[in-house]
Design a protein around this ligand. Sequence first.
Ligand SMILES: Cc1cc2nc3c(=O)[nH]c(=O)nc-3n(C[C@H](O)[C@H](O)[C@H](O)COP(=O)(O)OP(=O)(O)OC[C@H]3O[C@@H](n4cnc5c(N)ncnc54)[C@H](O)[C@@H]3O)c2cc1C
Ligand code: FES
Length: 274
Amino acid sequence: MNRNKFFIDGKIAVNRRLINEHYLMTVVISDNFPKPLPGQFIMVRLKGRHEPFLSRPFSVYQYNHQDDKVFIQILYRIAGKGTRILSELKRGVILEISGFHGHPFDILPHASNVILIAGGVGVSPISYLASHYKDNIHNTDMRLSCYLGAKSAKHLLGVETLEMSCSSVEISTDDGSSGYHGMVTESFACNVAAYRPDQSFIYACGPASMLKRISEILCDYPIPCQVLLEQRMACGFGACLGCTVEVNGAGEMKRYVRVCTEGPVFNIHDVIWE
Ligand SMILES: Cc1cc2nc3c(=O)[nH]c(=O)nc-3n(C[C@H](O)[C@H](O)[C@H](O)COP(=O)(O)OP(=O)(O)OC[C@H]3O[C@@H](n4cnc5c(N)ncnc54)[C@H](O)[C@@H]3O)c2cc1C
Ligand code: FES
């Protein structure tokens, strides 16, 4: 199979509600489904159904290869019609999956501090990235520190999975019911001065307001940072222009780029935050 592009059927093995509007779906694929790179995404739609017609983009949360089967998990939140329909699907239903879309995160094998910041379902690509570092980068001097935010202790997702890969997981909750009392960005801001910019690298995924706040914090601390944008998409392969965002170009120039093809991973200071 071509490592870079495929269209494939996947059968739902498990689709269960975790908390509130958040679900975890495990899809079994009998083919030799290649492993996506961290930051790449898949487009998912219901096979043979025209409502919703368009596929929806998701990050892969976990990937496991056993015998001749591949199990992929997506962690998702009901955001609208498509994800609501997804949440109602039962075991055995066939999905159409296409991928791998987009540019992956840069991997920094020699960084001393890899800092991960996740909010909401942004924990999915961040967790997958953390597993990638743990499994593939054998640098004993590297510290993998994660900052994970949620509304309350009840809304925290993926803590145990992150703890398996990271040196530390700093939790913050808006209501103070677990960990730091406040936004994940402010928990990170408390520690940012301790990271040497030339030895550190940040990855972040979460609501746009969270990413914007990180960009403000990093104006004073020039640590390189990549963000994954969870933009609404229609086609997923560059044809419809439905996913464009404005970024800084050369000099004073600004330009529009497609998140599905030029992203979804961007350098944080390239994005123009509204
Ligand atoms: C690369 C990538 C990875 C992603 N990974 C995940 C993941 O792992 N888990 C996850 O849960 N989600 C993920 N998402 C987001 C997910 O794709 C969307 O939540 C999903 O497509 C929503 O589809 P829907 O049909 O349920 O909602 P839609 O009906 O498409 O609406 C979603 C929300 O957007 C609002 N909206 C509608 N139109 C517009 C508009 N023009 N502009 C702005 N907002 C609008 C709606 O009011 C609604 O609140 C990812 C997105 C990207 C791009
Ligand atoms: S989703 Fe169609 S161009 Fe990006």
